[in-house]
Ligand binder design. Structure first.
Ligand code: PMP
Length: 305
């Protein structure tokens, strides 16, 4: 990742990709307290557009607020950097990573002289779970790792340290031959995937877990909005793993994962064992939205040039 041409925005300056480095005593590297975003830009009908950029930037600031990090830039400055990262790196579709982290100004948990640094990088990134998964769906297993608790690291913040929990779950799933993990909350209800929100479809109705132990996903919100516009009833409720076993359809959502069908959980086939009709419809509408096809939700796209 580090050895490539291009530029990265770091604290207001454009730095050569290979030179965008930090010191080994970087506080966030030691303790994991930082916040970040993962955003996608698509080659849309009228050019390159960032999808729901303002909502991502708003969430970044909410994450920083939860973690008590003082943002040294305004939302407009971050938005400008995110747009410029595409232009300067000549990307017509990309994944954008924005992160706020504490520097190496001090060490130890009591350090009180820490500066908040901000970086924005962008690079091309295809289907997160593989191109085939978008069509065929993935096989997942219930994780032995419980999802972060809202009274420990807090799930409304997209915080760096929260991803220890995600990576442990994902590695467990992958090493056992599955594509992703299903993470349960402390009470045993489905929370989310390692980096995706969960949906199920039963008898034509759509259900998704509340966000007590899951990130407030922007793709989740997009899919809920699109589904309701199609007349579907969409409900947030507690979902048990056996409810997923007997669901007609299940899928994950995320900026990286987009809308990915789930065809199997814990070796139980879900529905027909392939992408279901509701998933397929919502997935198509999602791809229309991100590419600016049709007139609805033009406000979700920020064209960069
Ligand atoms: N949950 C977690 C833990 C995530 O990391 C992500 C990816 N940001 C999501 C859900 C999906 O969120 P979004 O749709 O905003 O990308």
């Amino acid at each position: 990742m580090d050895d490539r041409d291009g530029v990265i925005w770091l604290d207001g300056q454009w730095v050569e990709w290979r030179e965008a480095k930090v010191h080994v005593l970087t506080h966030t590297l030691h303790y994991g307290l930082g916040v970040f975003e993962g955003i996608r830009a698509y080659h849309a009908t009228q050019g390159t557009a960032v999808f729901r950029m303002q909502e991502h930037t708003d969430r970044l600031f909410r994450s920083a607020h939860i973690m008590n990090m003082k943002m040294p830039f305004t939302k407009d400055e971050i938005n400008q950097a995110q747009r410029d990262a595409l232009v300067k790196n000549q990307l017509d579709s990309a994944y954008i990573r924005t992160m706020c982290f504490y520097g190496s100004e001090g060490m130890g948990l009591r350090a009180d002289n820490l500066k908040v640094h901000v970086m924005v990088a962008a690079w091309p990134w295809g289907a997160y779970l593989g191109a085939e998964s978008i069509e065929k769906g993935i096989r997942i297993r219930t994780s032995s790792y419980t999802r972060n608790h809202h009274n420990s690291t807090m799930c409304k913040a997209k915080a760096n340290g929260n991803y220890i929990n995600s990576i442990l779950a994902l590695q467990e799933a992958l090493s056992n031959g599955y594509d992703e993990a299903l993470m349960l909350d402390h009470e045993g209800f489905a929370a989310e995937g390692s980096a995706e929100n969960l949906f199920i479809v039963r008898d034509g109705k759509i259900y998704t877990p509340e966000t007590t132990s899951a990130l407030e996903g922007i793709t989740r919100d997009t899919v809920m909005t699109i589904a309701r516009e199609q007349g579907y009833e969409v409900m947030e409720k507690r979902i048990t793993r056996d409810e997923i076993y007997v669901a007609d359809e299940a899928f994950f959502t995320g900026s990286a994962a987009e809308v990915t069908p789930i065809r199997e959980l814990d070796n139980r086939t879900i529905g027909s064992g392939s992408r279901g009709p509701v998933t397929e419809q919502l997935q198509a509408l999602y791809f229309d939205a991100v590419h600016g096809r049709g007139d609805s939700h033009a406000d979700w796209l920020t064209y960069v040039a």
